[in-house]
Design a protein around this ligand. Structure first.
Ligand code: SF4
Ligand code: SF4
Length: 503
């Protein structure tokens, strides 16, 4: 540490009386924090806390539980304006001259509206439903639905239903590219989706040849860089997603450093090995809803109108008007991504200051599409900050058909939210391409953990719906009477379309 550095954020604390010098921590930490020193007496392990990102790997694998990581209590002179975070960031940028990079979602203390919304339950009248004994429907069909159904004289349905995604439960795994996450993480997501009857999403990295067999549970993404996009890829998926924006970094493109573009990743992305894969901020052929519509219909033409097309946007200030345009563009599904959505790497300033919470964006979009009479033209997927089955129930009641889960899925795989994905040295084998680290995530275990989490949440959703006296996701969708706000002001309640608790 030099005089222009700052004190480490975390300190590695070792109990030297219980540590047996087995050196597991030294082998497990890809950041080189722990090192064994036979030259000192007694010979022992020392730690360089400046390199620790608090991933908890060494703590959990230490056989004698001799390690803990604590937040440094080193304090700057107290100042509400210039906090430790701001001071440290300025010191870093003065050293590097670079843009600050971070990963995962916005950690700033903006209101979490899901925590200010409560769910109704039936009492006395309209009795609750026991999900263990009575049928409970969690299936969801995502896509464009006709405004009304018509039947012919023979009673057969005459309406022309477009292609849909059929989900066994209202959850999908959100876009995470091969390159940003490891092969084993992708395999876990693909296998879990197949077993659960839901979908995972390739992100903008193309589809590895080994995963074509999971195509019926795969959403293939088309992003501004068009990496890995070709006819077979488009045909391989059950749906095609056009990524216009991403909640973690609205308004900017993506960047996968060249050192991560190796072997399979280069082949899958169709980009040269070792060169950076930079996706531009805009699609260079889209400057209007009409242009977007052309891409939607090009993708439909290419796949003979057999796949629903999703348009994914970041939740930004005029999201409702944008969604209205998308619904008219011919897209079948809109994916809204709130500003707490995760990412493998984003400029810190963008991640922490741009975009809006998914709860407000979702309610605003659902209200606008209903007012314009076009809500059934599109399905809505909400993502960016969904943390539990209760959040899912609230999102559906605010107007979503289903939700995208990214960070929650990574946590199930073993992520400990150290938020150091951008370094490529994920100690849990998820956000890395280093072979020794990748093999730490066993896909046989990973996919089962995802299945466990989704089944547990599905069960909880059925219990919550049963408590409300509702027996299907379709009846819950947009049913805001089932929600009440707590401690929200009139404007917030107005955007959310909710009454206050007690009303
Ligand atoms: S980075 Fe992770 S493995 Fe390394 S010392 Fe810190 S908590 Fe332990
Ligand atoms: S994926 Fe890995 S590097 Fe990223 S936050 Fe999780 S544990 Fe940390």
């Amino acid at each position: 540490m030099g005089v222009y550095d700052f004190f480490p954020e975390y300190e590695v604390v070792r109990n030297d009386t219980t540590c047996v010098n087995c050196r597991v921590c030294e082998r497990q930490c890809a950041n080189g924090v722990h090192s064994y020193h036979p030259e000192i007496t007694p010979a022992r392990l020392l730690a360089d806390s400046t390199q620790c990102v608090d991933c908890q790997r060494c703590v959990l694998l230490c056989p004698t539980k001799s390690l803990k990581i604590v937040q440094s209590n080193n304090t700057y002179k107290l100042n509400n304006n210039w906090t430790k975070k701001e001071i440290n960031e300025i010191i870093t940028q003065a050293s590097t001259g670079g843009v600050l990079l971070s990963s995962m979602g916005n950690p700033e203390p903006y209101p979490i509206y899901f925590d200010k919304i409560t769910i109704n339950a039936s009492q006395v009248t309209n009795p609750s439903i026991d999900p263990l004994r009575e049928p409970m429907e969690t299936r969801v069909y995502l896509g464009s639905k006709p405004e009304k159904l018509t039947r012919g004289p023979d009673g057969k349905l005459q309406s022309n239903l477009g292609p849909h995604l059929a989900l066994a439960m209202p959850m999908l795994f959100s876009a995470m590219s091969y390159g940003s996450i490891s092969y084993n993480a992708h395999e876990s997501l693909a296998r879990a989706s197949e077993e659960l009857g839901i979908f995972y999403n390739t992100g903008e990295g193309g589809l590895h040849e080994n995963f074509y067999r999971y195509g019926k549970n795969t959403i293939v993404q088309v992003a501004s860089g068009r990496f890995g996009v070709h006819k077979d890829y488009l045909y391989a998926g059950a749906a095609i997603e056009i990524k216009m924006g991403q909640g973690a970094k609205p308004g900017i493109g993506g960047h996968l450093p060249g050192k991560k573009i190796v072997d399979d990743i280069s082949r899958t992305r169709m980009t040269p090995e070792g060169s950076d894969a930079i996706s531009p901020a805009p699609h260079h052929d889209i400057y209007s809803i009409e242009d977007l519509s052309q891409l939607v219909y090009s993708l439909k033409e290419t796949t003979a109108y057999t796949k629903p097309v999703i348009v994914k946007i970041a939740a930004v200030h005029n999201v409702a008007a944008i969604a209205s345009g998308i619904a008219r563009s011919g897209a079948d599904i809109i994916a809204l991504d709130g500003f707490r959505g995760g990412t493998g790497a984003a400029p810190t300033r963008i991640r922490d200051n741009v975009g809006i919470p998914i709860e407000l964006a979702l309610a605003a979009v659902d209200t606008r599409l209903r007012q314009e009479g076009i809500r059934e033209r599109v399905g809505i997927i909400a993502g960016g900050g969904i943390r539990s089955s209760a959040d899912i129930v609230k999102a559906v009641a605010l107007g979503a058909d289903a939700v995208y889960l990214g960070t929650a899925a990574l946590l199930a795989l073993g992520c400990h939210l150290c938020r150091a994905c951008q370094t490529g040295k994920c100690n849990w084998g998820i956000a890395t391409q280093e072979p020794d680290l990748v093999k730490r995530l066993n896909p046989n275990v990973g996919y089962k953990r995802l299945v466990n989490l989704m089944r547990a949440w599905q069960h909880e959703i059925m219990e919550i719906m049963g408590g409300m006296g509702i027996n299907s996701i379709e009846s819950l969708k947009g049913n805001r009477l089932m929600l009440r706000g707590v401690g929200l002001n009139e404007t917030e309640l107005g955007v959310l379309g909710l009454k206050h608790a007690g009303e």
